[in-house]
Design a protein. Structure first.
Length: 273
């Protein structure tokens, strides 16, 4: 029983790898550049590119569980290769597939749903790891600069996304499910800043940006216009699903979802703690 994890060098994929290992599973990690990254002992690293399905054939040999991402390039360019990838997966004998939902329509996700295999769509809300984007400014100047400071988020620990995916890949009963995955509480930006301050022992000030100032900051950081539009919508008009606690983590894994205080303690170093 081997599991192939795509996006394995990424925020969520690393956690899927770790959770599968913790469950005693055999894990193969896909990357376009095996020389670039290190994986924990016991992980078999394979080269492959999701935009080139032929490059996946060898990686899929003997695989029964497959974790997929929906994008294949900079700024989450949607993959168009889903139908061919799923054909190869069926030929290889894959039984269970998890797919990390990208927040919008996806040809790859459509192909997974149509595959006839036991698929599970993993739908996380905002990742706690997004807070790492604040690390530099916090360590340099003790500030977080954000628009829409009243926004609410049920942000999720990426380890809990990995844990839900690992269960769905290795146990029966999760086929045909769409799992919304959240943390255990709804937080304001001030709550997040307070948790980071407590964990790092630093004073951190939350500075509210106007929409125009935020757009200028994102443009200066090189974000394309469509990503900026997405952020304005996600932050300025967060959908109910992003600010409502779901009990998926506990139901699927048997463990309570981890808090942002726990995440902050684990990552205190990155914030100068
Ligand atoms: N951030 C959030 O708050 C949030 C919330 C909900 C959903 N999401 C969704 O989560 C996803 C992002 O996940 P993430 O943050 O874990 O990703 P990430 O950290 O940005 O990592 C990207 C991964 O994709 C792999 N990759 C990219 N193009 C590839 C290709 N052509 N072939 C093979 N592998 C490729 C990279 O592998 P190599 O470079 O090693 O090849 C890397 O492992 C997106 O779909 C996003 O919409 C994000």
């Amino acid at each position: 029983m081997t599991n192939l994890v795509t996006g394995a060098t990424g925020t969520v994929g690393r956690q899927v790898v770790a959770e599968l290992l913790a469950r005693g599973q055999s894990v193969r990690a896909l990357t376009r550049d095996p020389a670039k990254t290190e994986f924990p002992a016991g992980v078999e690293v394979v080269r492959g590119d999701l935009t080139d399905p032929a490059s996946l054939a060898a990686a899929l040999e003997g695989v029964t569980g497959l974790h997929l991402i929906t994008f294949g390039g900079p700024y989450l360019a949607p993959l168009e290769t889903g139908p061919r990838i799923m054909e190869l997966a069926r030929e290889a004998g894959v039984r269970r597939v998890t797919v990390l939902h990208g927040g919008g329509p996806s040809p790859l996700e459509d192909a997974v749903r149509a595959s006839g295999l036991a698929w599970t769509v993993v739908m996380p809300v905002e990742f706690m790891a997004n807070a790492l984007e604040w690390a530099e400014r916090i360590t340099a100047g003790g500030e977080v600069r954000e628009p829409f400071v009243g926004r609410l988020s049920a942000m999720v620990h990426e380890g809990d996304i990995g844990a839900v995916a690992a269960v769905a890949l290795t146990e029966d009963g999760h086929g045909g499910q769409e799992y919304v995955i959240t943390g255990p509480e709804v937080l304001t930006l001030q709550d997040k800043v307070d948790a980071l301050a407590a964990a790092s022992g630093r004073k951190i000030r939350l500075v509210e940006l106007t929409e125009e100032e935020a757009v200028a900051q994102w443009r200066a950081g090189g974000l394309p216009e469509d990503v900026i539009g997405f952020l304005l919508e996600a932050y300025g008009n967060t959908p109910a699903v992003g600010r409502t606690v779901a009990d998926t983590v506990e139901k699927v894994t048997g463990r309570p979802a981890r808090t942002f205080a726990e995440w902050s303690a684990e990552h205190a170093d990155a914030f100068g703690g």
